[in-house]
Ligand binder design. Structure first.
Ligand SMILES: *Cc1c(COP(=O)(O)O)cnc(C)c1O
Length: 234
């Protein structure tokens, strides 16, 4: 227990240090970057250790799993859904989460919006973009993005904050850089065209092995699991 806490605390310290270094290299303020600790597959002990070490935002990728953990964790932290959201889980997701990174189609946005209205709750969301056109990846294509942004922007109970990407895996993080650059360009274009009235500010990009590159390219949220909690047993 003690050892686990110390280990997680050390990991978080190192990740924050690397975030700060990457930000400074890019001429950015480290405080601009939110660290989302992705706790999927880890239990309450790990989550509590991360919170004790200063984590305020936790990420999960499955509604079912999140439902078993979130109610047991004391309040004061923000929960982000980072994984693909199935239609039949929209209601529960509306109840559980504070932010959803993975809006990838109109139908799921409409469902969420309806359930949130019934709960009198507003939720911040990001739209997940698929730039690789891989069939196994979720996300809206570049060509359909603007229309989805416009529609989500009109929904009463959703507050659209920006874009998210989960690029293909490359062993060399440098190979992911063009995806991060492109996502930032898309965000800029949406803002220039004023597709939605309020400026879109958030770019959720970068995971354990590539968050530094993502920060250099403008990430405002990095989603880090392994580098904080260790390898997952899958
Ligand atoms: C698991 C997961 C992460 C974190 O991945 P690590 O490589 O463990 O840092 C980030 N984003 C999403 C969507 C994930 O599913």
């Amino acid at each position: 227990m003690q050892r686990l806490s110390e280990e997680i605390k050390g990991n978080i310290h190192r990740v924050k240090e690397r975030i700060a270094q990457a930000a400074l290299r890019a001429g950015r303020e480290p405080e601009e970057i939110k660290l989302v600790a992705v706790s999927k597959s880890f239990g309450l002990e790990h989550i509590r250790a991360a919170i004790a070490a200063g984590i305020h935002i936790l990420g999960e990728n499955k509604v079912q799993e999140a439902h078993q953990k979130i109610p047991l964790i004391e309040s004061g932290v923000s929960w982000h859904m980072v994984g693909h959201l199935q239609s039949n889980k929209a209601k529960r997701a509306a109840e559980l989460f504070d932010t959803i990174h993975s809006i990838d189609r109109l139908s799921i946005a409409e469902k969420l919006n309806r359930h949130l209205a019934a709960l009198s709750k507003r939720m911040e969301v990001l739209i997940q973009v698929d730039l690789a056109g891989e069939e196994t990846k979720f996300g809206i294509s570049e060509g359909e993005l603007e229309e989805l942004v416009r529609r989500v922007g009109e929904m009463e109970n959703l507050t659209l904050k920006g874009l998210m990407i989960m690029p293909p895996f490359f062993s060399n993080p440098e190979d992911v850089r063009p995806y991060f650059q492109r996502l930032r360009q898309l965000l800029n274009q949406l803002n220039c065209k004023e597709v939605v009235p309020a400026e879109l500010k958030e770019l959720s990009m970068g995971m354990s092995h590539d968050f530094e590159v993502a920060i250099e390219e403008g990430a405002t949220m990095v989603r880090v699991g392994t580098a904080i909690f260790g390898p997952r047993e899958e």
